[in-house]
Design a protein around this ligand. Structure first.
Ligand code: PMP
Length: 443
């Protein structure tokens, strides 16, 4: 029994044991205070003390915690669906609730394929994705991911669609201005669809800002405008995976808002409940939703036991109601404070790039800034920086991505939106100190 739990919490038996948490702080059973500079896994957007949640959970469980949504309706789920429709870009108008980000992406893939089937396009089944992305741990979502540590052991089990280069400007070799490079990169999708045959391609899936694999790498907004045009031209659904970037994390409600682009399907998770309940969703346009209306000849034969359960949706409804313009303004302000606090790293000989939007920052670490040569993965540079920060009371998200075979050590910083300026300063100072000591030993 416990072995599986140990796996679920990482293999390190010495990992700190969290007893309780408040604001941006985790308190261990030994009484140690750790700043949660990654909001768990960019989940706890509003911090660890969201007012009103515990009372609401008690009231909702008292009223009704669970009903099968295959046969019953419930108000919290419908309220949440309406609230999401208000917050998301315009044509998005219906939500399918599930229990995790992986399930949301599985749902999105099935929705795209079922939508094309309903249009009489039986052959539109392929999903194109990008190198170096992460869409989830379940086999379908994993098959669209480029995270070798997770995919490698299962590759023979997965049917993999074509992949286009990552949206990773730091390692792009396209010529021209950032805008021209973004257009060239987006046109890789056009080429892939053409090669594959547009009549066989159902969808393209991407994280608008790459999270766990590429440390907040993101292209010029023109990229997604061009992606939108290409998808429209070939009748391909654009799935934006905003499981990590949704709900204000990047300084807009959704990262696609930076490009003023609406996807056909938007997947969300993590911040939707701020960590208080396992819930996620695939949100679709009117055009897709009406295909599967109850009175339509087409049904979307899909669902999970915990889909749209009243307890999770009530909690998420309460949390999503907090995301407003003031929260976005806070994210931008505190993000700017974090960015300036990291400024001493700008000319560091092993910091290739500091990038990000809002309160989602990535720091790419390289052996040589001139050639952008990554560190030897055996040196575990980002892992050791993570360990050093943790020993000093700051939890950051370590990453060692891989793009077309090139490894890149990086850190991801994504503190809760309520993190105080003093804690932001402490995060930056600890990270700078750890980068200096670990990279000094690693050259
Ligand atoms: N998509 C993205 C962009 C993610 O960051 C994650 C989780 N890290 C997932 C999907 C999968 O979500 P979950 O772990 O909730 O299944």
């Amino acid at each position: 029994m416990t072995t599986f739990y140990k796996w679920g919490s990482g293999t390190n038996p010495d990992a700190p044991r969290v007893d309780h948490a408040h604001d941006e702080f985790l308190i261990t059973t030994d009484g140690e205070r750790i700043i949660d500079a990654a909001s768990g896994a960019l989940v706890v957007n509003l911090g660890h003390s969201v007012p009103g949640v515990s009372e609401l959970m008690a009231d909702q469980s008292e009223a009704v915690a669970y009903v099968s949504t295959s046969y019953f309706r419930n108000d919290p789920a419908e309220r949440l669906a309406d609230r999401l429709t208000e917050l998301t870009p315009d044509p998005l108008s219906a939500a399918f609730f599930v229990g995790s980000g992986s399930e949301a992406n599985e749902t999105a893939i099935k929705l795209a394929r079922a939508y094309h089937l309903a249009q009489g396009n039986q052959r539109k089944q392929t999903v194109i994705c990008r190198h170096g992305s992460y869409h989830g741990a379940t086999l379908g979502a994993l098959s669209l991911s480029g995270k070798p540590t997770r995919t490698a052991p299962f590759v023979p089990l997965l049917k993999r669609g074509p992949r286009i280069p990552a949206a990773y400007p730091y390692r792009w070799t396209y010529e021209g201005t950032p805008e021209e490079q973004a257009i060239a990169a987006a046109r890789e999708l056009d080429a892939a669809i053409t090669r594959e045959g547009p009549e066989t391609v159902a969808a393209f899936i991407a994280e608008p800002v790459s999270g766990s694999t590429l440390g907040a790498a993101h292209p010029h907004p023109t990229y997604y405008r061009e992606i939108r045009r290409i998808c429209d031209r070939h009748d391909v659904c654009f799935i934006a995976d905003e499981v990590m970037t949704g709900f204000g994390r990047t300084g807009e409600f959704f990262a696609v808002d930076h490009a003023d682009v609406a996807p056909d399907i938007l997947t969300v998770g993590k911040g939707i409940s701020g960590g208080y309940a396992p819930i996620a969703a695939a949100i679709v346009t009117e055009r897709i939703a009406e295909t599967f209306e109850a009175d339509s000849e087409h049904a979307f034969a899909h669902g999970h036991t915990f889909s749209a359960n009243p307890l999770s949706t009530a909690v998420a409804d309460h949390v999503v109601a907090q995301y407003d313009e003031d929260v976005l303004a806070d994210v931008r302000d505190r993000g700017a404070t974090l960015r300036s606090a990291l400024a001493p790293l700008t000319d560091h000989p092993h910091v290739g790039e500091i990038r990000g939007l809002g309160l989602m920052y990535g720091i790419e670490l390289v052996a040589d800034v001139e050639t952008q040569r990554p560190f030897d993965p055996d040196r575990r540079v980002s892992k050791r920086i993570f360990e050093t920060c943790l020993a000093e009371g700051v939890y950051v998200y370590p990453g060692s991505g891989s793009v077309d075979g090139r490894a890149g050590d990086h850190l991801l910083l994504g503190p809760p939106f309520i993190t105080s300026p003093e804690s932001i300063q402490e995060i930056a100072e600890t990270v700078i100190g750890a980068i200096e000591s670990v990279t000094d030993e690693s050259v």
